[in-house]
Design a protein around this ligand. Structure first.
Ligand code: NAG
Ligand code: NAG
Ligand code: NAG
Ligand code: CU
Length: 676
């Protein structure tokens, strides 16, 4: 939410590199560079988008610009023919802009250099916020007389106040203006200002007018002390814990993967990796080479984090509205950080940059937005020891190495570590790490024994409450298992009670497959029984007759605890089930809806899916929501050690047998200049 320094840092990068280029770039659209049809928009293309839109609109603010991907058959046909004929489908951009206080959805054809369509959005809600408008909103209280009086009344120094913007959700009203709430914090020698809220004040900012239109100073609460809030190494007092010795990953022959544009090849995997300002990393066209069939087999057409719902559980005036949809309101990609070599990613990592559009339409770069690295963490790929045979004991062990694609997004106080990990076994493992700073509420309490009321959280330090909240991450997983036409199977493990004369057992379980016919068959709440979930290709079987498939192995099970008719739960309606399956539809991308800030939840996965369309033997999309209920604990203060969760997509009768049987142990690395 506060992104002041980064917005201006990104802006500065832009100024130095792109303005100079602007002139000749406009005349160099017909580029000879070979694109992949799913490549994200280049800085040149982003400038082209800005130029084309500015021809018909003088005063535009750009809230989202991204690739409008070609239709799936066009991409697939390009993929199978591009060696022969390099023509890629038309490059199109999709833009969400604010023009004269209206939201526009604009499509631009970059290949023909024209605006294809420009339509005013008349539905509920507003687009992604820009850094620039958040920065402007955050500065308003500092010159607003009632706020200055509130600061003085509390005996605080105005020069030490910093403010942050919060989207306001929707609570049943009809049409509201485009507003934010701004909440302020006290720095005064601290850097971890999120631990030091100036509680009791609510300022409402009208973003179109860019002024404060509502203000309420309701109660005085002490600002939590700065002591113990700093997380920087340079300010910690000794003793330090120095017990660990150094370690590194050393690949003298370089990494085993190659990156060609945005296409990545590693071991048996091949996939396309793009950056999107809303979703962050987008994995496309993941396929795996099957040596037995001597062919590259399709696994996943597209995978990305579609929405991230973070409702807080505090009902007071200053807090009740905090029910964020981070992807659609703040942008997971937009909030991504340049990764720090040797800290965010290991020594053997390779980095990639990403580009997004600033409010004025100019492109900006996030350098090192992704890192890719091979992970060897001492794990075992498979093994067996066989002592029972005559002669020597057989021990066969293979070590596990995988490929990780990482991005870190800092959405205001929280840091989300997003890892897509590819394994030689055919598994794709997604891990989300939560770190960063809790959203803290100032409190009068300094000890738990004083508390006689509902405080909606945990007292973490004196005057410092960590408010209860959830994180629900909804993933769009368009699996194309060996082709487009797939089906979803729920395998229920059913207990069977028996009473047999000749067998002493009383029970066992059996696996019963249910093939989902329509969307309602595939709406699943996890944790209610033992089941397995598969996406299969019902048109293809293994030699022994099993459907070729991939299995979803869910992570920690968390389901929403809010009432179904509560407004934030309507907006976050995609969390009602942990699993959904929809027929592929290019426009159904964002589980919380396309335009979600102050939206009414009328464009969510829950709404699309209520049509109960057919999903059997069709191109289908699996939606999985990973949830965390977060009751803060004292260890989360002043910065939270990473808490991780995730899920796996694992081959299930996809291969004829163990696909890593013939993986050879890599050659042992010789350390240079080392005598041992
Ligand atoms: C541009 O539009 C914003 C609102 O969308 C308005 O506040 C501003 O005055 C406009 N600027 C110009 C130069 O028209
Ligand atoms: C906000 O700005 C608008 C237009 O500039 C003005 O009409 C309105 O009175 C302002 N509101 C406040 C509270 O200053
Ligand atoms: C695709 O999804 C959108 C939004 O749910 C819907 O309006 C449209 O009719 C769908 N298209 C098809 C072909 O089902
Ligand atoms: Cu949390």
């Amino acid at each position: 939410m506060i992104k002041k320094s980064e917005a201006s840092q990104k802006a500065i990068t832009m100024r130095s590199s792109f303005r100079i280029l602007l002139f000749f770039l406009i005349f160099s659209f017909v580029s000879t560079h070979e694109f992949h049809p799913l490549d994200p928009l280049t800085p040149n293309e982003l400038i082209q988008v800005q130029t084309l839109i500015k021809i018909s609109h003088q005063n535009v603010s750009f809230h989202y610009v991204g690739l409008d991907e070609p239709k799936k058959p066009e991409v697939l046909s390009w993929l199978s023919n591009h060696q022969l004929n390099n023509k890629i489908p038309h490059r199109l951009a999709f833009v969400i802009a604010r023009i004269d206080s209206k939201t526009h959805e604009i499509f631009v054809d970059l290949s023909d250099n024209l605006v294809v369509s420009d339509k005013v959005y008349n539905g509920h809600g507003y687009p992604l916020l820009t850094f620039e408008e958040q920065t402007a909103a955050n500065e308003l209280p500092l010159t607003y007389a009632p706020f200055i009086a509130s600061v003085e009344k509390r005996g605080l120094k105005l020069s030490e106040v910093i403010c942050s913007s919060f989207t306001i959700g929707w609570y049943g009203g009809k049409r509201t203006k485009r507003v934010l709430k701004v909440m302020c914090y006290y720095i005064d020698g601290a850097v971890n200002f999120y631990m030091r809220p100036i509680e009791g004040i609510t300022a409402t900012v009208d973003l179109d007018e860019m002024n404060i239109t509502g203000y309420h100073d309701r109660l005085m609460v002490p600002v939590p002390k700065a002591d113990g809030t700093d997380y920087r190494e340079s300010t910690q007092d000794p003793p330090f814990d120095t017990r660990l010795k150094g370690m590194t990953v050393f690949q003298p022959d370089g990494p085993s993967f190659t990156i060609d544009g945005h296409s990545v090849r590693w071991a048996n995997w091949e996939f396309h990796l793009a950056f999107d300002m809303r979703a962050g990393p987008v994995i496309s066209l993941a396929s795996i080479y099957d040596p037995e069939k001597d062919e590259r087999r399709r696994v996943m057409y597209r995978g990305y984090l579609s929405e991230l719902f973070v409702p807080y559980m505090d009902l007071t005036e200053e807090w009740y509205y905090r029910t964020f949809l981070d992807a659609g309101e703040f942008g997971i990609g937009l909030c991504a950080n340049p990764l720090k070599p040797l800290r965010d990613c290991p020594e053997n990592a390779v980095f990639m940059d990403g580009y997004f559009t600033m409010q004025d339409g100019k492109p900006a770069k996030i350098s090192k937005v992704f890192c890719l690295f091979e992970r060897y963490a001492g794990d075992i790929l498979w093994r067996h020891t066989e002592p029972a045979l005559p002669g020597d004991t057989i021990t066969e062990v293979r070590q596990e190495t995988s490929l990780v694609v990482r991005m870190v997004s800092t959405v205001g106080n929280y840091d989300y570590i997003i890892d897509w990990e590819f394994k030689q076994t055919g598994t794709i493992k997604v891990t989300i790490g939560l770190s960063g700073l809790l959203a803290i509420k100032g409190s009068v309490y300094t000890h738990k024994d004083q508390i006689r009321e509902e405080i909606y959280g945990t007292l973490l330090a004196e005057n410092t409450l960590g408010v209860h909240h959830d994180h629900f991450l909804s993933f769009h997983l368009d699996l194309d298992v060996d082709g487009d036409a797939n089906s979803f199977i729920k395998t229920n493990l059913e207990p069977v009670h028996v009473n047999k004369k000749d067998i002493p057992r009383k029970s066992y379980w059996r696996a019963v497959n249910q093939m989902a016919k329509t969307e309602s068959d595939a709406k699943i709440k996890l944790g209610l029984g033992a089941s397995e979930f598969l996406v299969v290709n019902p048109n293809k079987k293994t030699k022994v007759g099993n459907y070729i498939g991939y299995r979803l192995i869910p992570g920690s099970v968390s389901s929403p605890l809010l009432s179904e008719d509560d407004f934030e739960q309507i907006r976050g309606g995609f969390t009602k089930y942990n699993l959904w399956v929809t027929p592929y539809n290019k426009s159904e991308k964002w589980a919380g809806g396309l335009i979600v800030d102050q939206g009414h939840g009328d464009d969510t996965l829950a709404i699309w899916s209520s049509r109960n369309r057919k999903i059997e033997n069709k191109d289908i999309v699996l939606w999985y929501t990973l949830g965390f209920h977060h009751v803060p604990h004292q260890e989360d203060f002043p910065v939270m050690p990473t808490l991780s969760g995730g899920f796996e997509l694992r081959p299930a009768n996809f291969f004829e047998h163990n696909p890593v049987l013939k993986v050879k142990v890599p050659k042992q690395v010789k350390w240079p200049n080392c005598t041992k």
